[in-house]
Ligand binder design. Structure first.
Ligand SMILES: [Zn+2]
Ligand SMILES: [Zn+2]
Length: 296
């Protein structure tokens, strides 16, 4: 058995959101205000609808990314670090061919492609069949902070794609448009350094997790065992945690609750993948990427 562990590397944990709007599209605030909303983040992408917003102006955020939210009347797709040439002959019309072409141009440029808010059923959602037809994407947005929580969570579609054999990472983003939507969900990335290249490279290899307020210290593996160390300090250690490990088809593999700081799980070999969700009293959570389990 071999466990593919995307967290088995050195680095520092960096916090950021890849999906945020300004008044260059339908956000309420100019770029400078959005920078201030996220002043303590390590990185931030600005992803206006069908536009690449110029990232000028003063900011305390060390790393910022140009991005674009491809916004058809049907599904939306987030491209981070697309080449500027993507705007030549640009169309946001939804077809798998057009969306995959835009994704490919971005991926070939070293950027990333995320299928966003797949379950926002009142508008711009993804059908699972269309998601599966997108052959090359970095991941899907499993947690979107824009308002109505029930529409913005997509763990079901993530498990469906993973169970179909697709290697897609889960993202958490605010999709912020107004005050009050900032810092609902973010990505915590294990990067070698705080630079565009290190962050994108860590993302491509799945070395990050999604947080809404809780976290992991580390996730370690040996031949068959996964050891998850939960975010720990004197205060957190006194609080109740609810940890669930999911495998193929969303099957619950293991659950532990209590004032725990660590969970270990011995793999059987038939899990397909193992992903971890950890909640702390109050509802804050951390969601790991899948660790793929190879039977031989
Ligand atoms: Zn959108
Ligand atoms: Zn958006």
């Amino acid at each position: 058995m071999r466990i593919e562990n995307p967290y088995d590397k050195r680095g520092t944990w960096l916090r950021g959101s890849f999906h945020n709007h300004t008044n260059n599209s339908d956000g309420w605030f100019p770029l400078e205000t959005v920078y201030r909303m996220y002043a303590d983040y390590d990185f931030l992408a600005i992803s206006d609808h069908d536009k690449i917003t110029d990232l000028d102006g003063e900011r305390s955020i060390p790393t910022v990314f140009e991005a674009i939210e491809v916004s058809s009347r049907e599904p939306h797709m987030l491209l981070v670090a697309p080449p500027r040439s993507i705007l030549e002959g640009y169309s946001s019309e939804f077809s798998i061919v057009n969306y995959q072409r835009l994704a490919d141009v971005t991926l070939d440029n070293g950027g990333i492609c995320v299928l966003v808010h797949p379950n926002r059923y009142f508008s711009n959602y993804w059908n699972l069949e269309d998601m599966l037809q997108m052959e090359r994407v970095t991941g899907i947005e499993v947690y979107n902070g824009d308002g109505n929580i029930e529409y913005d969570i997509a763990f079901d579609k993530w498990d469906a794609m993973l169970s179909a054999g697709r290697r897609v990472w889960g993202f958490g983003n605010d999709d912020s448009h107004v005050y009050g939507q900032e810092k609902q969900a973010w990505n915590v990335v294990l990067a070698e350094e705080n630079s565009q290249q290190s962050i994108l490279s860590a993302i491509r290899s799945g070395s990050f997790y999604v947080s809404t307020g809780f976290g992991f210290e580390s996730i370690q593996t040996d031949d068959r065992q996964i050891s998850i160390r939960l975010k720990s300090n004197k205060l957190l250690d006194r609080m109740y945690k609810y940890v669930t490990l999911f495998g193929k088809d969303g099957r619950v593999l293991h659950e532990e609750t209590g004032r725990i700081t660590e969970v270990t799980y011995s793999c059987m070999g038939d899990e397909g993948y193992v992903r971890v969700s950890a909640y702390i009293e109050g509802g804050y959570a951390a969601f790991s990427q899948p660790l793929f389990i190879n039977q031989r």
